[in-house]
Design a protein around this ligand. Structure first.
Ligand SMILES: [Zn+2]
Ligand SMILES: [Zn+2]
Length: 81
């Protein structure tokens, strides 16, 4: 059951990601060591659940347990300076 719900969420999330790419966001994106957005990334892209701070909990897209900041990135997930 849980897995089923998770998969549905994942599909929805990936759909949102695609939409985000199409529309283009001009916000700050923050990348986690797991390769998914977290931290202050826009809700539409943020794969990490809130924990103490926004986007600092566990990742909804993989088994990453904690947001580990690796850098700022663009909407495609490419690290920028
Ligand atoms: Zn992560
Ligand atoms: Zn992840």
């Amino acid at each position: 059951m849980t897995t089923k719900i998770l998969n549905k969420e994942r599909v929805e999330f990936q759909k949102k990601l695609k939409e985000g790419e199409v529309h283009g966001f001009h916000s700050v994106f923050e990348m986690c060591s797991c390769g998914h957005f977290g931290g202050n990334s826009p809700d539409s892209h943020n794969g990490h659940e809130p924990n103490i701070q926004k986007g600092h909990g566990k990742c909804k897209l993989c088994d990453c347990n904690w947001f580990t900041w690796v850098g700022f990135c663009n909407a495609k997930g490419e690290i920028v300076e």
